[in-house]
Design a protein around this ligand. Sequence first.
Ligand SMILES: Cc1ncc(COP(=O)(O)O)c(C=O)c1O
Length: 438
Amino acid sequence: MFENVSREDIIRYADEYLITSMVEGLEPVVVAEARGAKIIDVNGRGYIDAFSGISVVNVGHTRPELVEAAFEQAKKFIHVASYVYYSPPTILLAKRLAEIAPGRRLKKTFFGNSGAEAVECALKLARKYTKRHEFIALMASFHGRTLGALSVTGQWARRRFDMGPYLPGVAFAPSPYCYRCPLRQKYPECSLACALMVEDVIKYSTSNNVAAFIAEPILGEGGIIVPPPEYFRVVKEILDKHGILFIADEVQTGFARTGKMFGIEHYGVEPDIVAMAKGIAGGFPISACTTTPEIGDSFEPGDHLSTFGGNPVSAAAALVNIEIILKERLDEQARDKGEYLMKRLDELRGRHRLIGDIRGKGLMVGVELVRDEKKTPAIEEAKAVRRILRELGILVGRGGVTGSVIRIQPPLIISKEDLDRVVDALDEALRRVERGSS
Ligand SMILES: Cc1ncc(COP(=O)(O)O)c(C=O)c1O
């Protein structure tokens, strides 16, 4: 269908007709096909994909089982409005999510189409159930680009230009970002000061009308920030004391990405509401907001709806996607390969002055680049490293509150040989940038 349009035309048309606001524009990779952990461009050049379409295709690109499930469903019906008629794949997916959701209390799901929509639903449910209206979020958080989700997103300088006013009643707590502790402390001597600060935020920055605390178990866009092991337990105790709900935004950490089915399972606490998207259906668009029956049933007729929400084709793919994750033990694979990747990355540490920190869980890994001992963010260098990696045939992400973190989040089925190639190319890219010959 697209065969007689040239690569150059596609790039020109994108410029002319697409609204894109990616920081540096689109990566100049015109995709012909994507399979497993590879993306192939229209010139036949192959890339190792170490970013998974922003951490989505955990089971690998274009899984035949998902294609088959979606095709079979599409032949029966593509859309009927899953909130008007009973759509079996949608309802079966809700049942399956109840079986795998973190903790034992989460049972009911509202389906949307994107991560931001799942977050919107979570915020509305929390307000409706608690009859309170304020929220607490983290300073380096990211929860999506709709106005509600942006309102609980931190990183103001990077994400929230000129688009306010945002929701009132949102207070921000310091992020558990040990490499750049906002409280200028050191773990573990800090005694989890950032977690304890949530109590102060409630006391001094809210009118004690807080519906929910929302957080990512590992902060993705903020730069793959891994909270200390006790962080969420300490926060949850404070929340329970004040009757505040805990919304876990698992949009990026869910579906085995971090080595467990959900990121919060590393922390031994149960959320009240979970937002899911990205890895839920291997690339088909669908999102879920899953909660307890009591909280879910607080919505009354007319309170919330989505025309495309719970699309049957995406739901059919999601059901198969979840079975693949369980059958192939992708959680274990992510753990095992993540440890391998961290070990290989650690070898680079001593060799490159630009490497400030390497952190992550499973196959959600970040390499933060800094210019000097004062940890000045190496933003231009991170851009150059990403570009050189692409030229070497490796696709990675770039993120972090200042944009100086290289994000390595490949499909969980990636081979260790391909991980070696990613690390070797990173070694080379850092060497070139450090030599100033980028
Ligand atoms: C933690 C988190 N929440 C929400 C979102 C928003 O998801 P979407 O882009 O599908 O709206 C993202 C996207 O990166 C995310 O990482």
